[in-house]
Design a protein. Structure first.
Length: 118
């Protein structure tokens, strides 16, 4: 099993920065991919960024060039550095782990609120 806990959310003015962390525990060695998703008010949950166990990263077009996903091996955390934040980035941010094989499984964190004021 894999458990996830997000932290680092908060309120910031437009143009500011926040750093979200996703702390994993359990079968960390079995994690294939960590994703960050977000769900804004009245919106569906949308994918934001991904990092694989090999370190490859991908980003949604809406955050490319502003957000950076990374892994801290020492702390067993996966981080999302968010710069140049915009009001439309306001959402609950969720960490998701795809782990295991045959079958692969998914685990979600509880979410952390990010609010960007104009």
């Amino acid at each position: 099993q894999v458990q996830l806990v997000e932290s680092g959310g908060g309120m910031v003015q437009a143009g500011g920065s926040l750093r979200l962390s996703c702390a994993a525990s359990g079968s960390i060695f079995s994690i294939n991919t960590i994703n960050w998703y977000r769900q804004g008010p009245g919106n569906q949950r949308e994918w934001v960024a991904r990092i694989t166990s090999a370190g490859s990263t991908n980003y949604a077009d809406s955050v490319k060039g502003r957000f950076t996903i990374s892994r801290d091996y020492a702390k067993n955390t996966w981080n999302l550095q968010m710069n140049s934040l915009k009001p439309e980035d306001t959402a609950v941010y969720y960490c998701n782990a795809n782990w295991g094989s045959h079958p692969q499984r998914n685990t979600w964190g509880q979410g952390t609120q990010v609010t960007v004021s104009s």
